[in-house]
Design a protein around this ligand. Structure first.
Ligand SMILES: Nc1ncnc2c1ncn2[C@@H]1O[C@H](COP(=O)(O)OP(=O)(O)O)[C@@H](O)[C@H]1O
Ligand SMILES: [Mg+2]
Length: 493
């Protein structure tokens, strides 16, 4: 708060007459502005559509007659004030649409540069200023609480809970407490407090089980929905057959990544390979393995939803992902977002640039997992050495792994694997991807239902034999993919 007051003071000194503060934490903004007014000996007036202009403390009532709930009347008073008072307008933004007179008034207030002129502060959760005044305005953001402040907030909420519960102590362990504090980063004071309270009040304990819910609420508060989505369901690596090199590689990096510091923080990996090989599944499993929130960045959404503002929104999404750090950022089928279209006015080229810059410069522990099915459309800049920590190639599963995948999918459907000859199924499904194996199990299940019998070896074999795997249908593509992968990638299998 002290720093905020100081920094806002600097903005005042710069003679800007219009300041925009976007925040959900209005009480804190008002507290900060009150602090500033006191420190500088300025009169402070606060306006809202319900209360009109109110003078605070020594500011006295604003001069002028009549109601000031109407924004125009209130702004006219501001314009007429010959002193360097501070005027704070809460939620003026809905009135600015289609109201040229208000916009003009704002501009007239903003353009005054006399020493004896008031400063107008607009406070809203979000506010897009009209182009006419945009360039006269300074944007100001309240500092977010640092980790020690967050820890203090959690402690305060814990002691409040104790007081209400006959001094029972809140149960937790140091590691979980640290994790909670880390996960509260990026939130305002009020939001962090609310979340801390949620975590504690249900059972008087701060445990590992609280983390997923905490992360989801945080994600909603940060309003990341849209381009970024929060994936509630991560996967377990126990559900992924094969990919043993990949699993080992991740296991080796887990400690360093969760530590969250240092120059050698793992940055991310790219999984290239055959369709249905388990790339998306593995991406989800990274978050499951490391116990981190999983965020998915959807390029298609980026392009469609915010036509013309693509790069700005990508930057915003990436910045918000950093606020969720430590986390896993998953970009599925990245080639679709970056395909170098010649007719898009260079947008995809600039999007790629934005992404590469971020990958090189980000400091926060955000582990990026990108997947790609088609290599022809992958921009070479992206696969150049050093962008990702590693490029993995996910090939078709070999025989042993196919048996393992059969086991996983039988078990998932409550079929006992020991009732099947797994090695034989694996042999019969030569050239199948993980997805095709799953599909074979599922269609055997349907066939069994139709015939009112249990799934057995014969049904499963039949289902395998009536599938033409993609690797046969598209043998040429697969060979090209393998040739490309050789020398460029490490096998994930
Ligand atoms: N290695 C594997 N182990 C277990 N299941 C797999 C494997 N590969 C694919 N599957 C099954 O196939 C589904 C689709 O695979 P997916 O991860 O989407 O493949 P990709 O992203 O490589 O195209 C998965 O959700 C999973 O059920
Ligand atoms: Mg996929």
């Amino acid at each position: 708060m002290k720093n905020d007051i100081h920094d806002l003071g600097l903005v005042l000194d710069s003679k800007v007459k219009l300041i925009l503060i976007e925040s959900w934490d209005e009480p804190r903004v008002l507290q900060t502005l009150t602090g500033l007014a006191l420190k500088r000996g300025l009169g402070l007036h606060i306006w809202s559509a319900t209360e009109g202009l109110q003078g605070l403390g020594f500011a006295g009532e604003p001069r002028g007659e009549g109601a000031t709930e109407e924004p125009e009347a209130a702004l006219r008073l501001v314009k007429a004030d010959p002193q360097a008072n501070l005027y704070v307008f809460c939620d003026l933004h809905p009135f600015l649409d289609d109201n040229p007179r208000l916009v003009r008034l704002l501009k007239e207030v903003a353009m005054r540069d006399a020493l004896h002129a008031p400063t107008l502060v607009l406070v809203s959760h979000a506010c897009k200023l009209p182009a006419e005044v945009q360039r006269f305005a300074a944007r100001f953001s309240l500092a977010l609480p640092a980790e020690d402040e967050l820890l203090a907030i959690v402690r305060e909420e814990a002691s409040r809970w104790s007081e209400r519960n006959r001094n029972a102590r809140v149960r937790t362990d140091n590691r979980t407490l640290q994790q909670v504090v880390k996960n509260l980063r990026g939130l305002s004071h009020a939001e962090a407090r609310m979340l801390a309270r949620n975590v504690i009040c249900d059972d008087g304990a701060i445990t590992q089980e609280d983390l997923p819910e905490l992360n989801k609420t945080k994600f909603q508060l940060l309003d990341l929905e849209g381009v970024l989505s929060f994936e509630y369901d991560t996967a377990r690596f126990a559900d992924v057959g094969g990919l043993s090199t990949l699993k080992r590689w991740l296991g080796e990096r887990q400690g360093i990544f969760l530590e969250g510091k240092g120059v050698d923080l793992p940055k991310g990996m790219l999984l290239v390979g055959v369709q249905g090989g388990g790339k998306s599944l593995a991406a989800k499993a990274v978050a499951g393995l490391w116990g981190l929130p999983l965020l998915r960045l959807d390029f298609a959404c980026l392009y469609n939803k915010f036509f013309g503002e693509t790069e700005r929104n990508l930057r915003e999404a990436l910045r918000l992902a950093e606020q969720m750090a430590p986390c896993v950022l998953w970009v599925d089928e990245i080639e679709k977002g970056l395909a170098s279209g010649e007719h898009d006015g260079g947008v995809s080229q600039r999007v790629l640039g934005t992404l590469l810059t971020w990958m090189a410069e980000r400091k926060a522990p955000v582990f990026m997992v990108a997947t790609a099915n088609a290599i022809q459309r992958l921009p070479p800049e992206l696969v150049r050495k050093g962008r990702f920590d590693e490029l993995f190639f996910v090939d078709l599963p070999d025989r042993a792994v196919r048996a393992e995948i059969f086991r996983i999918h039988l078990l998932r459907r409550e079929l006992e694997p020991s009732g099947f000859d797994l090695p034989l199924l694996a042999l019969a499904s030569e050239g199948f991807s993980g997805a095709e194996i799953e599909q074979a199990v599922v269609s055997a299940l349907y066939a069994a239902q139709a015939q009112q019998q249990a799934v057995d070896q014969a049904l499963l074999l039949h289902s395998i034999q009536s599938t033409a795997p993609l690797s046969v249908v598209m043998a040429e593509d697969l060979n090209a993919l393998r040739a490309w992968a050789r020398g460029r990638t490490v096998s994930a299998n």
